[in-house]
Design a protein around this ligand. Structure first.
Ligand SMILES: [Zn+2]
Length: 490
């Protein structure tokens, strides 16, 4: 799906504003790390596979393995204490299967926290001062009636493709927020196309629920000013500003009540906001949500917007919304250099639920219609780690992840419902997962090679593949973090 004509005109206005600012920006700061020379030598430094567990106790073994992994030795490569460290995740979309699984556990918050624990331990290794920002792509609110706009959209899809796919308004239980706080998440970005799925009142409820748990919010607020305000992290010399905003794909439905919660959307003010944030910080991150489902390349509109944001003072632009990984690129614009991650994919989602080993040729809806349920790319993601030390370049690295579930085992009668989910950090070289002890031997190799293939595809899409399997030594573009790799652009 492309940005609408309205959005394109807004982007054009933004770009014009950026061009007018080029002179002012010529001397702008540039904190972005330049390309570091690296060894092209491939070195397999993946972990050794643990022993195989009996099939009949797969779930118990999995639980024990999860526990053992959570308690594994401290991760290598802890940052210097003076660094300001920020982690950003892709979309968190709690689909019905997650809610069933959480409810069946008796303690949904704990179930969701366990699900993301394999990745959370990586940001926890950076200490309590590290800030973690998740893109929460659903309200956490009282469920309201299904908005008519969705039904109209469903009709349009039906007319175009012959398939009835009603994109239901999203909503998540408040236990998800408990799980995020337990997992070390500090803030949620809410500027996305599902933020108003339960009306403005639902967004207001979401803001209340986050505030009650000490979760900061970005990209939404009680007023326009609050929604659009940057958040600042770190001390002088290593102060990072973070803005979250959204390229709106359609006009807001008319029934939305006014004067309640507000969203930050990309418009003619955006460039000035980024420029002001840059004047009072040492680095600027802009998180941009777009509606461009399953597009593994940025649209021209996203590319233009990114260039104008970097020209205005952004050092890193992180895009989410396409649900698949897109290229990470160095961008020069307006005399400045920055990094654009054109889509970091999903973090928690049940998209790709129909994809599994041996089902690559499943029928899809229509020719060009997005079929996120059959698309295994939606299971891949990049979690971004940003660190800024006074006097140093902004350090940007990516942790590849995979949304794992045992649905395939359940299909084969090797496990019982409900489905067990986990977000797995991926080793970039060799076997991608450390799940051997937690998976019955039947089908393990097929599962692992399937994950490896899609991991390689995601890293290729991100264009950081060449860095992925270089030797992990100090100064190299990847850093071994216990059971996964942090990857940098070469
Ligand atoms: Zn979205």
């Amino acid at each position: 799906m492309n940005v609408s004509a309205v959005s394109r005109s807004r982007v054009a206005a933004v770009v014009l504003a950026a061009l007018a600012s080029v002179v002012l920006l010529a001397a702008a700061r540039s904190h972005v790390q330049t390309a570091a020379p690296t060894s092209p030598a491939a070195s397999r430094d993946a972990p050794a596979a643990p022993s195989v567990a009996p099939a009949e106790s797969a779930r118990a073994e999995r639980a024990r393995a999860e526990s053992a992994r959570a308690e594994s030795a401290p991760l290598e490569g802890a940052p210097r204490a003076t660094a300001t460290v920020i982690w950003l995740t892709g979309d968190v979309l709690l689909d019905p299967a997650f809610r069933r699984s959480g409810a069946a556990s008796g303690d949904p918050a704990e179930a969701y926290a366990s699900m993301i624990a394999p990745v959370a331990k990586h940001w926890r290794a950076d200490g309590d001062d590290a800030t973690v920002i998740a893109n929460l792509e659903s309200p956490v609110a009282t469920l309201r009636r299904e908005p008519d706009a969705y039904l109209e959209q469903a009709e349009e899809i039906f007319e175009r493709t012959g398939h009835r796919r009603i994109p239901s308004p999203l909503n998540a239980p408040q236990s998800l927020l408990d799980a995020l706080t337990r997992s070390g998440v500090d803030a949620v970005s809410l500027a996305n196309n599902h933020a108003l799925d339960q009306d403005r009142a639902g967004l207001a409820e979401t803001l209340d629920a986050a505030q009650a748990r000490g979760l900061a919010t970005l990209g939404a607020g009680r007023s326009d000013a609050d929604a659009r305000a940057p958040r600042f992290y770190g001390p002088a010399g290593a102060r990072i500003a973070v803005l979250a905003t959204f390229v709106r794909d359609r006009a807001e439905p008319p029934w939305l009540s006014a004067n309640e919660a507000r969203l930050s959307v990309v418009d003619a003010r955006t460039i000035d906001e980024v420029r002001r944030a840059a004047e009072t910080s040492d680095a600027v991150i802009v998180a941009v949500h777009v509606v461009a489902e399953l597009l593994a390349r940025p649209t021209p509109g996203t590319r233009e917007l990114t260039a104008s944001l970097i020209a205005a003072g952004a050092d890193l632009v992180v895009v989410h919304g396409p649900h698949v990984v897109a290229p990470v690129e160095r961008i020069e614009s307006g005399g400045r250099r920055g990094i654009a991650a054109f889509s970091i994919g999903n973090f928690v989602s049940d998209m790709g639920k129909e994809a599994r080993p041996g089902r690559e040729d499943a029928p899809r809806f229509g020719d060009d219609a997005a079929d996120k349920w059959h698309d295994p790319r939606t299971r891949s993601g990049l979690v971004v780690r940003v660190a800024l030390t006074p006097g140093s370049a902004l350090d940007v690295a990516f942790l590849p992840t995979w949304m794992h579930s045992d649905r395939w085992l359940i299909d084969q009668g090797l496990a019982q419902p409900p489905i067990t989910f986990s977000v797995e950090p991926l080793a970039a070289c060799g076997p991608p997962l450390q799940l051997r002890a937690a998976w019955p031997p039947e089908g393990y190799d097929a599962m692992e090679s399937w994950v490896a293939r899609h991991r390689d595809a995601a890293l290729a899409a991100a264009r950081i593949t060449s860095a992925a399997c270089a030797r992990c030594t100090e100064g190299a573009p990847c850093r071994w973090r216990g059971d996964a790799h942090l990857l940098r652009l070469q």
